[in-house]
Ligand binder design. Structure first.
Ligand code: SME
Length: 137
């Protein structure tokens, strides 16, 4: 239980750090999968509180990544049909899956109030973050 608390604190610190240091990261959070229930559950996050603490697989950008196992970069959220709006200020989103022993166990989700801000560099950087997170989960 103690190790779990430590991991949770580390993930909170990662969220805060990313949100504070990258100007176009306005909401940063981790969702973790329950493969039996086929739902994602919000873990640590930094930014505004969200109603979307549980997301079914397949629903929204996050839910799609739970089944696709691939990064999802959304330059313009308005152009997405399968999207769950958390805040009207959000213009773009990036979701990168977390793999542990080859299994998609969750994801990092970042919302931006800037239009089309994410590049390949963000994907590579966030994949590296996710590899680190997988090690402490
Ligand atoms: N926009 C996400 C929902 C989560 S919030 O961004 C925190 C989605 O479409 O899956």
């Amino acid at each position: 239980a103690n190790e779990k608390a430590t991991a949770e604190i580390k993930m909170e610190q990662i969220c805060e750090l990313l949100r504070n240091e990258v100007p176009y990261y306005d909401w940063v959070g981790f969702y973790f999968a329950n493969h039996d229930a086929k739902t994602l559950h919000l873990g640590a996050y930094a930014g505004e509180e969200t109603d979307h603490t549980v997301i079914p697989f397949g629903k929204g950008i996050c839910g799609q990544v739970a089944v696709s196992n691939e990064n999802f970069v959304v330059p313009d959220v308005k152009a997405q049909d399968n999207y769950i709006a958390c805040s009207i200020t959000v213009k773009a989103e990036i979701v990168v899956p977390i793999f542990k022993n080859g299994v998609n166990i969750g994801q990092i989700d970042i919302d931006s109030n800037t239009a089309d801000p994410f590049s390949k560099e963000d994907e590579v950087f966030l994949q590296w973050i996710c590899e680190g997170v997988a090690k402490i989960c």
